[in-house]
Design a protein around this ligand. Structure first.
Ligand SMILES: Cc1ncc(COP(=O)(O)O)c(C=O)c1O
Length: 346
């Protein structure tokens, strides 16, 4: 494929290399047969190697690279109670000798003991992060502001804090991790001569979705990148992806100028909302497990798989095409949802 030298474009940004890369791409022949035969593959980004892996490890390589370049000794991050992002941050901070403060937001309204103490929360504590709580879940600017207040207190005590931001309007450093992943995927697919024309991925903060899309287009690939909404409805999510795409133009100094027509977001399986299960998600988790031995999570990859299966079933433009499902990890949250994830049928 053609395109600029991505390595040169990314070289201006500091990066720590902690992920186990490349992650494998596996075929999913059984699931493929059960969906009518189009080739299905899975990119195993649940296997990025740090404290149970996931997509956030690739993103954090750039945030933590920036933190070290700015001589930080403490990182702060905010996320849902069962956030994979904050857990991966705590683990990577430990590897780099940084202290880690985590702010947990109430995004789902769940307050059962399992949800509040198992899964990622158990790992956050095991990893020794300092935990803070923020009672709201839909106030990204407020969550960031509260994190900055904690950072100011730490600075007054002599620390060098670095805040990993959540709200839009910040340079999408983490998306650079998925620009690299796009190049990795193209290499793998081309050298194995796999039949891939479209990717499906969970779209939340949109760093993963935007990074993959920007990276593929920069490389000259026209593959579709379908983002399955896990946090907000399609129109808002589309805006979020576009904001990250234009941030990538700025960060790389290479203007692709991608617009609304380039962004594919789908919210057919989002209801009843972030972190809340529905029957399609339970069914998709069950299908992946029973057909392929593939374990998905209830918040992101279960919904993304449900969205992909729904799209392949209902959208004739997509149904025959070779498809790569990007498994972004998140399995620790499975244990915080308990048997709420079990489907009655397969
Ligand atoms: C397991 C998992 N998959 C997907 C996502 C969504 O990725 P992004 O926030 O880059 O859109 C997240 C976000 O936290 C996640 O934890």
């Amino acid at each position: 494929m053609n395109g600029p030298d991505l390595a040169a474009l990314l070289a201006r940004h500091a990066r720590v290399r902690l992920a186990h890369l490349p992650t494998p791409i596996d075929p999913m022949p059984n699931l493929s047969r059960s969906c009518g035969g189009a080739a299905l593959f899975v990119k195993r980004d649940d296997c990025t190697g740090i404290a149970l892996g996931g997509n956030k490890v690739r993103q954090l390589e750039f945030y933590l690279g920036d933190a070290l370049a700015r001589s930080a000794d403490t990182v702060l991050i905010t996320g849902a109670v069962q956030s994979n992002y904050v857990r991966a941050t705590a683990a990577m901070a430990n590897r780099l000798g940084l202290r880690c403060h985590i702010q947990l937001e109430d995004r789902t309204g769940r307050d059962d003991v399992l949800y509040r103490s198992s899964g990622n929360v158990l790992l956050d504590k095991l990893l020794g992060a300092t935990l803070h709580y923020y009672p709201k879940g839909e106030d990204e600017a407020g969550a960031d502001a509260h994190l900055h207040e904690i950072a100011a207190r730490l600075r007054a005590e002599g620390a060098m804090p670095y805040v990993i931001p959540l709200a839009p309007g910040n340079p999408p450093l983490g998306a650079l991790g998925y620009v690299c992943a796009a190049a990795e995927i193209v290499d793998q697919v081309c050298s194995a001569e796999q039949d891939v024309e479209q990717l499906f991925v969970a779209s939340g903060s949109a760093l993963t979705h935007a990074g993959l899309l920007w990276g593929l287009r920069a490389l000259g690939s026209a593959w579709r990148v379908a983002g399955i909404c896990v946090r907000r409805k399609a129109p808002d999510q589309k805006e979020r992806v576009m904001e990250k795409l234009s941030g990538l133009d700025d960060l790389t100094g290479h203007t692709l100028g991608l617009g609304a027509g380039d962004v594919d977001v789908r919210d057919a399986v989002l209801a009843p909302g972030y972190g809340k299960l529905n029957e399609e998600t339970r069914g998709a988790m069950s299908s992946a497990a029973r057909h392929e031995g593939l374990v998905l999570d209830p918040v992101y990859t279960g919904k993304a798989m449900a969205g992909m299966l729904h799209a392949l079933r209902t959208d004739t433009d997509l149904s025959g095409a070779g498809t790569l499902f990007v498994h972004t990890g998140g399995q620790p949250a499975l244990f915080a949802y308990g048997d709420d994830v079990l489907a009655e049928r397969d």
